[in-house]
Design a protein around this ligand. Structure first.
Ligand code: GLP
Length: 241
């Protein structure tokens, strides 16, 4: 795993955007794996700027998002659908029919999840996947556990994740307890992975990753040590604590 340390979150986003822009320029019909959360926002801002000022062209791009809450409507301001439109899609020239985000309201979540992996394969696989990290080491919504899912599927959120998400909801009862997420194999199958972390809250997990290589299902992000083209971009606050 290659590690890049940047001054702050803004610079972290720019480094990530640079890698994405290279990919898009060298293969204009790339398949992008995208993430939500506060971490990717500076990267999306930089990609939007590159589109506006440097003609970075997304017209042939296909996207697949990592995850979505179950039981939340697309128009809900806390849905990942809403987030992606707001933070990225409305600022670039991506063709909306090439966008895929797991449907947390699908009638049959298990069937939808299976199809989602098939759609990714049909699109030729993910060329580059963007990831954030949960404070507990989760990626997507693959929470620390004895066993991890391979393909896309339904997961129960860890209590620590529910607590971390509570700040976005008015009342605790509204905080989703389940999600649909790409599984570990879906993520690992991406040809290239860019994972980002910023801020002191991510220091514990970044410190472990920057130490010696290890594998633990109790820290799903550690499985990325098995990937041959993975870049971790962190800001100084996440790296130094
Ligand atoms: C959620 C998302 C993850 C994200 C994580 C961290 O759990 N499912 O994909 O990496 O939050 O969020 P943040 O970037 O806001 O710290």
């Amino acid at each position: 795993m290659k590690i890049i340390i940047t001054k702050n979150a803004q610079e972290m986003g720019k480094e990530g955007a640079k890698i994405f822009a290279e990919q898009i320029r060298s293969k204009p019909d790339s398949v992008l794996g995208l993430a939500t959360g506060s971490t990717p926002i500076p990267c999306y801002q930089e990609l939007a700027r590159m589109h506006k000022e440097e003609n970075l062209d997304f017209s042939k791009i296909t996207t697949f998002n990592l995850d979505e809450y179950i039981g939340i409507s697309e128009s809900d301001a806390n849905s990942y659908h809403y987030f992606m439109n707001n933070e990225l899609f409305q600022h670039i020239n991506v063709d909306l029919k090439n966008i895929h985000i797991p449907d947390g309201n699908a009638e049959d979540i298990d069937l939808f999840a299976k199809q989602y992996d098939e759609w990714i394969q049909f699109a030729g696989g993910i060329d580059i996947q963007l990831l954030g990290i949960g404070e507990n080491g989760h990626i997507g919504f693959n929470e620390p556990a004895e066993e991890l899912m391979t393909g896309t599927g339904r997961v129960q959120l860890a209590q620590s994740t529910i607590n971390a998400n509570a700040r976005f909801f008015d009342i605790d009862e509204e905080v989703p307890k389940e999600a649909i997420t790409m599984g570990m194999k879906t993520i690992m199958d991406a040809k290239k992975i860019v994972i980002m972390a910023s801020g002191v809250k991510k220091h514990d997990v970044v410190k472990r990753l920057a130490g010696k290589e290890f594998l633990s299902t109790k820290m799903p992000v550690s499985l990325l040590f098995l990937h041959s083209d993975c870049t971790l971009i962190v800001d100084e606050a996440a790296y130094n604590g």
